[in-house]
Design a protein around this ligand. Structure first.
Ligand SMILES: [Ca+2]
Ligand SMILES: [Ca+2]
Ligand SMILES: [Ca+2]
Ligand SMILES: [Ca+2]
Length: 296
């Protein structure tokens, strides 16, 4: 380290600014760039033990290590990012928590996985929850409902052509007693049980079934969270709701889904029998509960 310091010292001496010898800590603490720049003098916020006060002084740059050792603050913005470290002299645009790294300053964005407090707010990575919110989890309140499914990677779950992160269930029922509707009538479409099919099933039902007050209509008409894109879940989407939100449902209460079986039957589910049966069957004319979902 000392060998590396010698050429730098030579430059300083040639500049004729200072005669003091730089302490070895100068190179170790990253001051080499300043020596090379040959600036000679720097302003520092200096603590005086004599009167226990801080004030601005100008020193030779190679005297800096000694000043740094007793807590003085450099005011020359060593990394040229527009900020100086916090100082008791009230000078400069303060707040630079690393004056040797230009990418770290109060205007920087917090990067969430580098172990560095990039924006100098005292919060590193996940501690900075505004910039680095915790990953979403099943059961979180989010996007107007409660998360019942997370897609990794995101996929289109409502047929609007853009990828979605997952599905949320509404936080309340839209009906306690509603028919599936159009008993005796086979709906074109509306027969897909898959995750991602509920929105299309619901649209198919509403396009062909003119009855009012049916499960699909009540789900699609829900406006929870200010959202207008709720739908009646498909059979597998309802199963996800039963699986993940079981504790929040009435025991053995049947819910409709949007997957039709034939003229007279559609699928349904409840939290109790879900443990034993992938799919339950209900007469379309029967009354059951309705709980909408939406993609986010
Ligand atoms: Ca700076
Ligand atoms: Ca900086
Ligand atoms: Ca931060
Ligand atoms: Ca960070």
């Amino acid at each position: 380290m000392k060998n590396a310091l010698l050429p730098l010292l030579a430059i300083l001496l040639l500049a004729g600014c200072q005669k003091e010898a730089a302490a070895p800590e100068a190179a170790a603490s990253g001051q080499a760039a300043e020596f090379r720049a040959g600036k000679g003098k720097i302003d520092v916020c200096h603590y005086s033990e004599d009167d226990d006060s801080w004030h601005l002084i100008r020193i030779s740059v190679n005297a800096w290590p000694a000043h740094a050792a007793h807590g003085d603050v450099r005011l020359d913005d060593q990394d040229h990012d527009g900020f100086v470290p916090y100082n008791e002299c009230g000078l400069g645009n303060m707040g630079d928590c690393d004056d040797g790294e230009a990418s770290i300053n109060p205007d920087a964005e917090e990067a969430c996985d580098d172990g560095i407090d990039n924006n100098c707010d005292g919060l590193t990575d996940g501690e900075d929850t505004d910039a680095c919110p915790p990953p979403l989890e099943i059961g979180d309140n989010h996007a107007g409902g409660i998360i019942i499914y997370l897609a990794d990677p995101p996929i289109d779950l409502n047929g609007d052509g853009t990828p979605d992160q997952g599905l949320v269930a509404a936080t309340e029922d839209q009906a306690t007693e509603a028919p599936w509707g159009c008993s005796g009538q086979l709906i074109n479409g509306a027969d897909d049980r898959a995750v991602g099919a509920g929105a299309q099933n619901t649209a198919d039902i509403l396009a062909e079934c003119g009855e009012g007050g049916i499960a699909a209509e009540l789900a699609a008409g829900y406006r929870g969270g200010g959202y207008s894109d709720w739908f009646l879940p498909s059979a597998d989407e309802l199963n996800l709701m039963m699986e993940n939100l079981a504790g929040s449902f009435d025991y053995r209460t049947d819910y409709w889904n949007s997957t039709e079986i034939d003229d007279n039957y559609a699928y349904m589910q409840n939290t109790y029998l879900y443990l034993f049966e992938d799919y339950l069957v209900g007469l379309k004319s029967n009354s059951k509960r309705v709980r909408a979902v939406r993609a986010f």
